[in-house]
Design a protein around this ligand. Structure first.
Ligand SMILES: Nc1ncnc2c1ncn2[C@@H]1O[C@H](COP(=O)(O)OP(=O)(O)OP(=O)(O)O)[C@@H](O)[C@H]1O
Ligand SMILES: [Mg+2]
Length: 152
C-alpha cells in the first residue's frame, strides 16, 4: 500500500482496527520517522481507546483502555530495549490474550510472545511524504488474510 500523507496513514490504521480482535499481536518495523506511531494513532482511533498515542521518551509500554466495550490497546515502543530479558520484564504475555498489542521496533524481540502475529513494515519513499506499507501475517490467525486485509 502506498499512503501519501500522515492522515492517510491514520485512516488506514483505523480501518485495519476493524479487523483486529483480542489476542492479536502486531509487530511494526521501519526506519526512524517512518510512521509507526502515526499508524498506531489510527489503530487507536479505530479501536476507540483512550489516547493520546505518543512516542514517550521513557515509557516503553502503555495500556490504552477501551472507551467502549472493546479490547484495550497495549502500545509498546521497544526501541530502547536491550534484549529478550527486558521484553520479558514488560509482562506482555499477561495482557496479550485480552488486548490488541502493537509493538514498534519489536522485530526480533517479541516473536516468542505468540504463534500468530501480523508484521507491518513501513518504508519511506524518497522525494515525497508517501509511505509504503507491507503486511505479512504469520500463523493460523492470519492464514486467510489477504496481503491487504483492509481492502481485501
Ligand atoms: N504518509 C505518511 N505516513 C505517516 N507519517 C507521515 C506521512 N507523511 C508524513 N508523515 C509524518 O512523519 C512522521 C512520522 O513519525 P512517527 O512518529 O509516526 O514515526 P515512527 O516510525 O513512529 O518513528 P520512531 O521510529 O521514532 O518511533 C510524523 O511527523 C508524520 O506526520
Ligand atoms: Mg514511533
Amino acid at each position: 500500500m502506498r499512503l501519501a500523507t500522515a492522515e492517510d496513514m491514520r485512516s488506514y490504521g483505523a480501518r485495519l482496527a476493524a479487523k483486529l480482535r483480542p489476542g492479536d499481536l502486531l509487530v511494526l518495523s521501519g526506519p526512524l520517522g517512518a510512521g509507526k506511531t502515526t499508524l498506531v494513532q489510527g489503530i487507536a482511533e479505530g479501536l476507540k481507546v483512550r489516547g493520546p498515542i505518543t512516542s514517550p521518551t521513557f515509557v516503553i509500554a502503555r495500556v490504552h483502555p477501551s472507551l467502549r466495550q472493546g479490547p484495550p490497546l497495549v502500545h509498546v515502543d521497544a526501541y530502547r530495549l536491550g534484549g529478550d530479558l527486558e521484553v520479558d520484564d514488560l509482562d506482555l504475555d499477561a495482557s496479550l490474550e485480552e488486548s490488541v498489542t502493537v509493538v514498534e521496533w519489536g522485530e526480533g524481540l517479541v516473536e516468542g510472545l505468540a504463534d500468530d502475529r501480523l508484521e507491518i513494515h513501513i518504508d519511506r519513499e524518497t522525494g515525497d511524504e508517501a509511505r509504503l506499507v507491507t503486511l505479512r501475517g504469520v500463523g493460523t490467525r492470519w492464514a486467510d488474510t489477504p496481503s491487504d486485509p483492509v481492502e481485501g
